[in-house]
Ligand binder design. Structure first.
Ligand code: ADP
Length: 640
């Protein structure tokens, strides 16, 4: 099949293409949905982060700001000013105690007083070994700002404690009224930030606070504290070391890397190492200008990712459903189209079969018509053949009659010659008597002549009757009179041969429905055959019998001649079967007789009689006789 291979190949290619398109569509749909879901999740995450960040920033601001008035307040205290006026001549202990009291009340880390050289004169931690007293903080920003006449702020590691703190400072004036007065000292307050960080630990987000230098100063995650957001350059390190803000801390890189920059304040980040590694975060930044800080919140991207996946899977499922529906619809469409095609094919096949059938029927009809015509022709031919057969048979019957006539001729000859000779003798006698004028004697002789001519006329009439052709109409025929007629034909031979004739028939006339001429002919044949058979018999005996039942009449002609040899019995009805010499038999008599009896609706049978001789039996339907007919006819006309 050279066409099938490329067709199926093309179909497979199309199916592959469709699958590819479907899968690409699925991927696109899932990706697009995931993108949208991600954007939405990021939006809501951003909102949450924004809120949390604002709150946390507010918390931190609150935590620190409530102390920023305190240095100024303390700076204005008389005791402070008095001490600062002549520190060397006074006992610092009262001031130390005062500062410690304030520290405890305000719940801050430390409070201390610097002179205008930045040397620490008094401190709340006067009693601790690492006390600030005697330390110089000239390098600190809070000192520099305050000595310049402003309130100062600073964050950094404590030089003594190494702890992270926020510092508030205020200038101390002995005399503020002078126009060009310069501060005489600086009051400093240090707040520790651990408590704020601790409060962040409960949140499910990470909080970071960075300085302008990018160092993470505060972090909810301890490992991130005092690390650099971005790795620090050498110049930066040198500058930081100089500022001593972070003491000798190594400030390693935090490991944070930006995954995606979204805008000024938001980005997605991850960590290369540390406890936050292995997970992406959404990062939102908020400036805290009052503290020169930036606060960052890092929220895990987990909800975004799961929203992304859930939406993608949902979209995929929906796409699958739609595709499945589409596929099923398409399949059904294809199936229907296939079914229609099949039905069309079926219809065409049926139509073809019907056409063929019609053609066959037409052919068959033509054949049948031809056969019918042939049959009618044959019937016609047979009818003609039967007609000619009938004619031939009639001719044969006639011929057989003539044959019988031939047989009879001898007898007839004798029959006619004898009276002729007698008539001649009587006539000569009459002439002799007339010559002698013996009128009576002459009259007696003439009387004999009249009688003899009458007898001759009778014989002639009988012969005429025998040779006449039969009619086609059947009438009621008396079997007895038929026998009488036949016997009369053979009268001469019968008297000659001294044949004893036994008539075994009833008084009452036996009527059969027949053509009298033909029935007579049959009887003449049978009697003729019997007489021929009896020619050599010593005491010849001929039996003629009639028996009637309600339906039938059986007629029997039997002789005591030699009979018929067994092997001839089956053949004697065949035409031209004869055992007689040429001239005395044609072999037609029995065959014609059989046909005649058949035509009359009867049967002709031959047998050998038990006591020797042949016995022929004719069986014919019985007839009610001419009276019955007449009675019936009368009855019918009466009814009419
Ligand atoms: P045919 O008398 O001309 O021979 P049939 O047809 O009348 O022809 O008879 C056929 C044959 O049947 C006869 O030749 C004879 O052998 C046999 N046959 C007929 N009638 C008798 C009979 N009564 N007795 C013995 N043989 C007979």
């Amino acid at each position: 099949m050279p066409h099938a291979a490329p067709a199926s190949k093309r179909r497979r290619l199309i199916r592959l293409l469709l699958w590819g398109l479907g899968l690409a569509g699925l991927a696109l749909c899932m990706w697009q949905t995931a993108q949208v879901a991600r954007e939405q999740a990021l939006q809501s995450l951003r909102q949450d982060a924004e809120n949390e960040l604002r709150l946390s920033a507010a918390g931190l601001t609150g935590h620190l700001s409530r102390h920023d008035y305190l240095p100024e307040l303390l700076a204005s205290r008389e005791a402070v000013k008095r001490f600062l006026a002549s520190p060397d001549s006074q006992d610092p202990m009262p001031l130390n105690r005062l500062l410690d009291r304030f520290r405890a009340t305000a719940d801050v880390s430390d409070i201390y007083l610097l002179d205008h050289h930045a040397d620490t004169l008094a401190a709340s931690n006067w009693h601790r070994p690492d006390t600030f007293i005697g330390q110089n903080y000239r390098y600190r920003r809070y000192y520099q700002e305050a000595i310049a006449g402003r309130n100062g702020r600073f964050f950094g590691l404590g030089v003594q404690s190494g702890e992270r703190g926020y510092y508030f400072s205020a200038p101390v004036w002995l005399d503020e009224t002078a126009p060009d007065a310069r501060p005489d000292g600086v009051m400093v307050l240090k707040v520790l930030l651990n408590a704020v960080e601790d409060s962040w630990a409960e949140q499910d987000a990470e909080l970071l606070v960075t300085g302008r230098d990018g160092v993470i100063f505060l972090a909810s995650q301890p490992a991130l504290r005092l690390t650099a957001m971005k790795p620090l350059g050498e110049a930066q390190r040198v500058a930081l070391r100089a500022s001593r803000r972070y003491g000798d801390e190594p400030l390693p890189p935090s490991g944070l890397r930006e995954i995606e920059h979204r805008d000024e304040r938001t980005r997605l980040v991850g960590f290369a190492q540390g406890p936050l590694a292995g997970q992406p975060y959404f990062s939102l930044t908020r400036p805290m200008p009052a503290f020169d800080w930036h606060m960052h919140i890092l929220k895990p991207l987990t909800p975004v990712i799961s929203a992304q996946w859930v939406s993608a899977l949902l979209a995929g499922g929906l796409y699958g459903l739609v595709a499945l529906g589409g596929g099923i619809g398409w399949q059904r469409l294809r199936l229907r189209r296939e079914r229609e095609r099949f039905a069309e094919r079926e219809r065409r096949t049926l139509a073809r079969a019907r056409d063929e059938l019609e053609r066959n029927v037409a052919n068959r009809t033509r054949d049948l018509v031809a056969t019918n015509r042939r049959l009618s022709d044959e019937i016609e031919e047979r009818r003609r053949a039967e007609q000619s057969l009938r004619e031939t048979r009639d001719e044969l019957v006639q011929a057989a009659k003539l044959a019988v006539l031939g047989q009879l001729a001898a007898g007839i000859n004798h029959e006619l010659n004898q009276p002729l000779a007698a008539i001649r003798a009587y006539a000569e006698n009459a002439r002799a008597f007339i010559a002698r004028s013996r009128a009576e004697a002459a009259d007696a002789n003439l009387g004999q002549i009249v009688e003899l001519t009458g007898r001759m006329a009778e014989i002639s009439a009988q012969l005429r009757q025998f040779s006449r052709k039969s009619g086609d109409t059947l009438t009621a025929v008396s079997v007895q009179s038929c026998f009488d007629y036949a016997l009369r034909l053979f009268q001469a031979r019968l008297s000659e041969g001294a044949i004893h004739i036994e008539r075994r028939w009833p008084e009452q006339t036996a009527w059969v429905r027949a053509d009298p001429v033909r029935l007579e002919q049959v009887l003449v044949n049978l009697i003729g055959n019997a007489l021929q058979a009896l020619a050599e018999t010593s005491s010849p005996h001929l039996t003629l019998a009639i028996e009637t039942t309600s339906e039938r009449v059986s007629i029997e002609v039997a002789d005591n001649g030699p009979g018929i040899p067994e092997d001839h019995l089956a053949r004697i009805f065949e035409p031209f079967f004869t055992t007689k010499s040429t001239g005395s038999g044609l072999g037609l008599g029995l065959s014609i007789s059989g046909r005649i009896i058949d035509d009359l609706g009867g049967r002709l049978e031959a047998r050998n009689a038990p006591g020797g001789g042949a016995r022929f039996t004719i069986t014919l339907p019985r007839d009610s006789g001419p009276d019955g007919k007449r009675a019936q006819a009368k009855e019918q006309s009466h009814h009419a």
